[in-house]
Design a protein around this ligand. Sequence first.
Ligand code: HEC
Length: 161
Amino acid sequence: MSFKVPHKLVFSMILLALTACVPEESGTFTAVYEEYFVECANCHAEDAPGYTSNIEKSLDFSTEDSAYSTLMGSASGLTGNQAACNGVKFVVSGDPGSSLVVAVVDEDVRQAFDLTGNPDCNVDSISDMTVKTGLTPSTAFLDSLKEWISSGAARDGGLGF
Ligand code: HEC
């Protein structure tokens, strides 16, 4: 009598091996954080080396959890010209074009930024955070970020791999 491995078991083992290799699915918060937003922690975090008195003070990118929970809030502590954006939401679920966090990394969204409630929070008062990080975000990242917001900005997305 020969020993036979059940086909179902072989199949699930292959599937498991495959999913372990697949990179974070795009359009999920984990992917968005790991690919780019983790860089923002150099300044937007408690005791960060780049923390300055004029910085936006709600955001905390030190962990994926703190990044998500603070991104669900709105801007605070901005001074001077940028003060026009205090109170503006970082993420408007379903509307990447009205989300401040998109405007700081995407030139087109920044140029077109126009909120009825905060007309002065526009291209003149929104800073380019890609200059601050020193890293140009990939088009794939920007698409992923917009997709995450368009699809409801959930904490966990996709298939949960
Ligand atoms: C070198 C430090 C530094 C880094 C890195 C940095 N920021 Fe900022 N951020 C600031 C400062 C300072 C301000 C206040 C506005 C200004 O001075 O331009 C600000 C403002 C903001 C604002 C408020 C919008 C406005 O009015 O300008 C948002 C949103 C923001 N940052 C998000 C981010 C994100 C997302 C990243 C990562 C991609 C990031 N920041 C990286 C320092 C930084």
